[in-house]
Design a protein around this ligand. Structure first.
Ligand SMILES: [Zn+2]
Length: 354
């Protein structure tokens, strides 16, 4: 017979732990956490701070930042990222963004609180003013001249495109220059964003495998708006390089891209899609799938027809193409398979397709 052994409860320890949990929620500023762990800088918007979300905006796009942090009247710091549909206190932030267990999040928060300088004041960057279009044009012209004149820059960016498997589709720096107005130097690819009327609204710079940096734009329009011919079928993708990929895959359709990572539909973005057949080829992952659902719901009423395209391999079209590894292999096998898979989806959905 087993005699149950009473487990001794250390009430004092429990009380200390509860106190520590309460303390970090109040005493540990969330902008300090984000700045320390992810290098986040914040813009003050009324009584809240806005910074790039460490999860879905981790690619360095810091415009219209969607991680909002604030302190409630009770003193507790709280956060929310609407695109990710997540929010809570410091512990939920650490558990979510750093994938920590609850005890590890408590320990990490305590460590951060201990490491915070007593005189710490958060970074408060000014909201960015819209850039001067003349300055942007001059900057882009510089990059375009360099790309046209530097054999090294062209070879460098050709190699970068090849690394993503895009050379198999016929992409090259020279082609992006012609088709998308892209410029480039020895160290950066410079990607212009333009309004439907062709006005330059912003530039994105990418250096090698580093992240995108944006300048100037509030990204009011979908990327590719100025090339949109209003054809009956349009492909909606996420980001510039997927736009290039999609345009090479489906030259008979227009291509528009969400200009800064996954984001919910808004009026200015829905307007050009109205009454057309829209192929929604947003990324397939945890961050993008719920947003793609929102797009499908919005397009159900706005578009002639909406068809969700899911890349079979990897999370986006670029992965799909790059997953083939060697360019020759992509050319031989993966690309025809990708196209067949997409056409099959299109047939399954009842759309007659070229
Ligand atoms: Zn997010």
């Amino acid at each position: 017979m087993t005699v149950p052994v009473p487990v001794p409860v250390d009430l004092a320890a429990l009380s200390r732990a509860a106190t520590a949990v309460d303390r970090v929620k109040v005493d540990l500023p969330l902008d300090y956490v984000a700045e320390t762990l992810w290098g986040t800088s914040f813009v003050a918007v009324r009584d809240r701070l806005h910074g790039p979300c460490p999860v879905h905006e981790a690619d360095g796009d810091d415009h219209d930042p969607s991680l909002h942090v604030w302190r409630e009247d009770t003193g507790t710091w709280r956060w929310r990222c609407s695109p990710c549909a997540e929010g809570g206190d410091v512990l939920s932030l650490l558990r979510w963004a750093s994938s920590l267990s609850f005890p590890d999040a408590v320990a990490e928060a305590a460590r951060l609180l201990d490491s915070m300088p007593a005189d710490w004041v958060g970074t408060r960057v000014e909201a960015r003013a819209a850039a001067d279009p003349g300055e942007l044009e001059a900057s882009l012209a510089g990059y375009r001249d360099q790309l046209a004149e530097s054999a090294f820059a062209e070879a460098h960016w050709d190699a970068w495109l090849a690394g993503r498997g895009l050379d198999a589709l016929g992409a090259s720096a020279a082609r992006l220059y012609e088709d998308w107005g892209v410029g480039g130097s020895d160290w950066a690819l410079c990607v212009p964003h333009r309004s439907p009327g062709g006005a330059l609204t912003g530039l994105k710079l990418r250096s090698g495998d580093q992240k995108w940096a944006a300048t100037g734009s509030r990204f009011t329009y979908l990327y590719g708006s100025w090339r949109d011919e209003g054809r009956p079928e349009v492909v909606l993708v996420e980001g510039e390089s997927d736009a290039w990929t999609a345009a090479l895959l489906w030259p008979e359709r227009d291509v528009l891209a969400l200009p800064h990572g996954v984001a919910k539909p808004k009026e200015a973005w829905l307007a050009p899609l109205r009454g057309r057949t829209v192929y929604v080829a947003l990324d397939s992952d945890e961050a993008s799938d719920p947003v793609a659902d929102l797009w499908m719901a919005a397009l159900a009423t706005e578009a002639e027809r909406a068809v969700r395209l899911r890349p079979a391999a990897g999370k986006d079209l670029g992965d799909h193409v790059a997953a083939g590894g060697k360019a020759a292999e992509v050319r031989r096998t993966l690309l025809p398979l990708a196209v067949r898979a997409v056409h099959q989806q299109v047939r399954d959905s009842g759309v007659t397709s070229a």
